[in-house]
Design a protein around this ligand. Structure first.
Ligand code: MG
Length: 156
């Protein structure tokens, strides 16, 4: 078995869709970044890449690569899960925490699990928690959103 840990954060900016866990959430701002800036997908991808010992998301999806411009991060995650499979591992469990002051994330958790199941993560093998930062720091000021993920991979 292997464990992996991932963290990601993105700035909230005008003129972008807010996409978290593959779900488009109605909100006046979205996360800025080279891809669709889906913090949850990126944190999970980094956890899985960490567990297989192959660096980080930036190694595999450089933000200088035009291929990944505005990429749908669900696709990035599919690639990473396939990378794990090719290295002899499958996802046994993923636990995550999204930290956002606004909007409220909890109503979208079930949809996120559905969207993430497209990547090959079974809906029964992932937990998604949501918290605010109690008004503190960059998240508390509404400047950005962050996500943490840990995963357990099993040898196939
Ligand atoms: Mg990211």
């Amino acid at each position: 078995m292997r464990v992996g840990f991932g963290y990601d954060s993105h700035r909230l900016v005008e003129g972008r869709k807010l996409i978290i866990g593959g779900v488009s959430i109605p909100f006046p701002k979205g996360l800025g970044g080279h891809s669709d800036a889906d913090v949850l997908c990126h944190a999970i991808a980094d956890a899985i890449i960490g567990a297989i010992g192959l660096g980080d998301i930036g190694t595999h999806f450089p933000d200088t690569d035009p291929r990944w411009k505005d990429a749908v991060s669900i696709e990035i995650l599919k690639y990473v899960i396939e990378l794990a499979r090719m290295n002899g591992f499958r996802v046994a469990w993923i636990d995550t925490t999204i930290i956002a002051e606004r909007p409220r994330i909890a109503p979208y958790v079930a949809q996120m699990k559905d969207a993430l199941s497209e990547t090959g993560i079974p809906p029964g093998a992932i937990n998604i928690k949501a918290k605010t930062n109690e008004g503190m720091g960059f998240i508390g000021r509404g400047e950005g959103i962050a996500a943490y993920a840990v995963c357990l991979l099993d040898k196939i």
